[in-house]
Design a protein around this ligand. Structure first.
Ligand SMILES: [Zn+2]
Ligand SMILES: [Zn+2]
Length: 413
């Protein structure tokens, strides 16, 4: 694990606490984990968390069957003989599982806590505790609900370890530990042994990672979504091969894409749910492995053309950092003229339009800005251009114009 990547420094001035989920997360850590008192119920007593986690382990974790039988029925029978204290602790854990999720209604969230307690006044009330979007952090798929047993085990594991850690003395140290444990569970599988062992991928780890350090970790809880985003936009950060941590990759991708995709008029989108913008989501969501690659090359080609259109003469605006290229629109036009507005591979031409200009080594300038010359550019039709990027990903030899054109021509002969 790259510890530096977990340093919980504030890197933006974004005010997360404006949204209830972040405030409630901090408050419940302070009250429940540090102060050992119930957050979601009104019971005033000091809680023996060690003893409660132990009892929950034996009645819930060790005695649970992971079948599709009704969760409510199962959990009620499991806690039938459990102490009130264990029920209070479980209610707080279950609250933390549901609290940040937008598609579990506030009423349902309160309903979980009310399960154990018949007196209305025993459970806190109000939007301060039970809320929906925009105060939540994500809308997980049905899998989050279907997988509730494993998600709760994963959460119990993290909270149990944090509560028994002597170095956890305040909100900051609690968050740091939570982030470390969640990160290790996702990337090192370090949750498969010991008490509350988890054998499934759990969204709650990503939720905890984000809540602990929202500036560092995106509000994406789906493992699948993280995979797709990292894959489809990998070309956006291909000049930074030293970054190994996927969480860091996704954050850098977001920063770079922001220049191009903006926030659709909602400035909060820069930090929250950026990848779910209506302009961005279709590029990556629900893609099969094969179409992920197509989407990725598509975006790369589109991005290259946008950068090539950038004109030093007009406005002097710098090309976006996502595809920083230092060349003028004038040079692009010169390349097209030189090639007579004709694809140099298949000879496609149409009214001096449609054709693209491809940079033979698109990455070279990103590593060390150098002046592009006409020799670096070649006119290609959109089809050949797409294929050029396809082959370029397979081998660097297609940076040579002869090799590239020969390969492209071989497709048509
Ligand atoms: Zn062509
Ligand atoms: Zn290109």
């Amino acid at each position: 694990m790259q510890l530096e990547s977990l340093e919980l420094i504030r890197e933006s001035s974004f005010d997360w606490a404006r949204f209830h989920a972040y405030r409630v997360f901090d408050e419940s850590l302070q009250r429940f984990i540090i102060g050992r008192k119930s957050y979601v119920t009104t019971h005033p007593q000091q809680l023996d968390l060690e003893a409660a986690f132990k009892e929950i382990r034996s009645c819930f974790s060790e005695g649970f069957d992971d079948s599709s039988a009704n969760f409510e029925e199962k959990v009620r029978s499991q806690f039938e003989v459990a102490s009130e204290e264990s029920k209070i602790v479980f209610a707080n854990v279950e609250f933390l599982w549901a609290m940040p999720m937008g598609n579990i209604s506030p009423r349902t969230k309160r309903g979980y806590a009310k399960r154990w307690f018949t007196d209305e006044s025993e459970v806190v009330t109000g939007e301060r505790y039970f809320f929906g979007s925009p105060h939540t952090i994500a809308n997980p798929g049905l899998w989050y609900l279907m997988n509730k047993y494993w998600e709760l085990i994963a959460l119990l594991r993290v909270l149990n370890l944090v509560a028994s850690d002597e170095e956890v003395v305040d909100i900051a140290s609690a968050k740091k530990r939570i982030a470390e444990l969640s990160y290790a569970a996702i990337y090192e599988g370090a949750a498969k042994e010991g008490h509350f062992a988890v054998t499934k991928v759990c969204g709650v780890h990503s939720a905890l990672l984000h809540l602990s350090a929202p500036d560092k970790f995106e509000s994406i809880i789906s493992e699948n979504h993280k995979q797709q985003i990292a894959k489809v936009f990998e070309h956006v950060i291909s000049d930074r091969p030293e970054i190994k941590c996927r969480e860091q990759k996704i954050r850098l991708i977001r920063e770079r894409l922001y220049d191009d995709y903006g926030d659709e008029g909602d400035p909060d989108r820069k930090h929250r749910w950026f990848f779910y913008l209506s302009r961005l989501k279709p590029l990556w969501v629900g893609k099969s492995a094969a179409s992920l690659k197509i989407a990725s090359i598509d975006d790369e080609v589109r991005r290259e053309q946008a950068a090539l259109d950038y004109s030093e003469v007009e406005g002097g605006k710098e090309a976006t950092i996502a595809y920083r290229v230092y060349r003028s629109a004038k040079l692009v036009t010169e390349a097209k003229k030189r090639d007579d507005f004709t694809c140099q591979a298949c000879e496609f031409t149409f009214r001096k339009q449609i054709v693209h200009v491809h940079h033979l080594d698109p990455l070279s300038e990103r590593q060390s800005p150098k002046q592009t010359t006409l020799d670096d550019l070649v006119t290609l039709c959109p089809n050949c251009h797409y294929l050029a990027h396809f082959w370029l990903r397979k081998s660097n030899r297609f940076k040579k114009i002869e090799e590239l054109l020969q390969k492209l021509r071989s497709i048509y002969s």
